[in-house]
Design a protein around this ligand. Structure first.
Ligand code: KIV
Ligand code: ZN
Length: 506
């Protein structure tokens, strides 16, 4: 049995949410936090309380509802930030204040315009203040990897004396290398006199594509907390990907001998999908561990090898990350029991009413599509039980388009049991559909992004559309998502999803 537990600190809801275009509302953050708890992360950084009222509210709700993991809030090293973090975490079972200040010359001299001594004083005061709210205080030296190593030793020693229980060594701009980072962690371990009183944490960005390698190297050097995000989401090129770190430690346990995490790896796939769905950021097909192609074998020689012996070309079992490979499940003739059984296996335990609802959609889909895969079932469920209230629901859609006709979309929606219908012309069928939705709902938006991808295989695959729409009435960019075997219908659902979300602010 391995003996060194590596604490998994997930910052999807804080650093991940800073990804361009990835903003999440409170309900969405709560859904992700619940799933992160199921995944087994040790710490959830739920946001940055002082950044906005919305952030503070989301942290407070996560802290109130998600009880097993430690819930953290980021705070700059200022009185106001630390107090806001303390307030937001007041209901947490175990709350952590994560306070930070930059330590590298370019940040201290050009951004903060402070003396190096003053930076230390501010850091120490913030940690002391944070300790009034919780016994669990983390201190980060922002841009640590471009800071003077002896200065780092001094500031870490002082904040530990002031009560910091974790010291974090961020590679804020993804600048370090595995060897250099290893040496830095070793240096801190050897030179900070009270280092045994704190956990050493690492936090790597992926600007040079080395975030995961750097994190793992730091673990070898003695770090015992890794900060990471689902799907590697995060500022610029992202943060170290949780799924890659966890699976590297597990798969290469022969190499990372004494290390283990408490992540339930079979929940990885589900968590990854949820984050992708709610942030609207598609996962690159060949992304390690969670990309659609991560376990696909295309080349004949590989397929032949895998059929003879899986280990020829597979170092991990898809099942270990929650991917079912024998997932051709149901068809037109399958009954409610078969569907219920499969849904249970996929982790959906539905009451009778919901099951019937899903069964009806399943039957409709089975009329259009011969083979129903797990991904199809997941789409039905996700479509049905959206976290966003469905103010308007799509009843029907009829689109006429072709080489010599003006594309026209006629749409019927229902709101509070009342039906509304209208039609619109457009430059293409999608444009006509969006215009028709806007005419019915009186909500106008500007389409900023339109992404489409096939979720399953074959010509009858389910298509997923993600749109990003700017609504000037509320001055917000909002994501919408829709799925269907018909891509125009998927587009209509995605746009309507964005409209429904926008209506919540109106
Ligand atoms: O990248 C970084 O330095 C951070 C800190 C605030 C920990 O996200
Ligand atoms: Zn960061």
């Amino acid at each position: 049995m391995s003996e060194r537990k590596i604490v998994i600190f997930d910052t999807t809801l804080r650093d991940g949410e800073q990804s361009p275009g990835a903003s999440l509302n409170t309900e969405e953050k709560l859904s992700i936090a619940r799933q992160l708890e199921t995944l087994g992360v040790d710490v959830i950084e739920a946001g940055f309380a002082a950044a906005s009222l919305g952030d503070a509210d989301a942290i407070a709700k996560v802290a109130q509802e998600v009880r097993r993991p430690i819930i953290a809030s980021l705070a700059r090293a200022t009185k106001r930030d630390v107090e806001e973090a303390g307030k937001a975490l007041s209901k947490a079972e175990r709350g952590r204040i994560h306070t930070f200040i930059a330590t590298s010359p370019v940040h201290v001299e050009k951004k903060l315009k402070m003396s190096y001594d003053a930076v230390i004083d501010v850091a120490v005061d913030s940690v002391k203040l944070a300790r009034n709210y919780t016994d669990d205080v983390e201190f980060s030296a922002e841009d640590a990897t471009r800071s003077d190593w002896d200065y780092l030793c001094t500031i870490y020693e002082k904040v530990i004396n002031a009560g910091a229980t974790t010291i974090n060594v961020p590679d804020t701009v993804g600048y370090t290398t595995p060897q250099e980072y290893y040496e830095l962690i070793q240096y801190l371990k050897n030179k900070v006199p009270n280092i045994d009183k704190a956990n050493i944490s690492v936090h790597c960005h992926n600007d040079l594509g080395m975030a995961v390698a750097n994190s793992l190297s730091a673990v070898l050097a003695g770090a015992n907390q890794v900060e990471c995000t689902i799907n590697g989401l995060g500022e610029r090129a992202g943060n170290a990907a949780l799924e890659e770190i966890v699976m590297a430690l597990k798969t290469r346990n022969d190499f990372y001998k004494d290390c283990y995490t408490e992540i339930n790896t079979e929940e990885i796939h589900r968590t990854s999908r949820m984050v992708s769905k709610l942030t609207g950021i598609h996962i690159q097909r060949n992304k390690a561990i969670v990309g659609i192609n991560a376990f696909a074998h295309e080349a004949g020689i590989h397929q032949d090898g895998v059929i003879k012996e899986k280990q020829t070309y597979e170092i991990m079992k898809p099942k270990d990350v929650g991917i079912e490979t024998n997932n051709f499940v149901l068809g037109k003739h399958s009954g409610k029991h078969g569907l219920e059984k499969r849904l249970k296996e996929l982790g959906y335990d539905l009451d009778k009413e919901k099951l019937l609802d899903v069964f009806n959609d399943f039957k409709k889909l089975a009329d259009k599509k011969k083979e129903i895969y797990d991904e199809d079932l997941r789409s039905i469920i996700e479509e049905k039980f959206k976290v966003v209230p469905q103010i308007y629901k799509l009843v029907s859609l009829q689109v006429v388009s072709g080489s010599n006709t003006s594309p026209t979309a006629t749409i019927k929606l229902v709101k509070n049991e009342e039906e509304f219908q209208d039609a619109a012309l457009g430059d293409g069928p999608v444009d006509a559909t969006f215009k028709s939705l806007e005419r019915i709902t009186y909500v106008k938006g500007k389409l900023l992004r339109y992404d489409i991808q096939a979720l399953t295989e074959g010509k009858d695959a389910i298509g997923e559309v993600i749109v990003k729409v700017y609504f000037s009435d509320i001055d917000k960019n909002i994501l919408g998502r829709g799925t269907s075997t018909d891509i125009i219908e998927a587009s209509a659902k995605a746009y309507l999803d964005a409209i429904n979300k926008a209506l919540m602010y109106m």
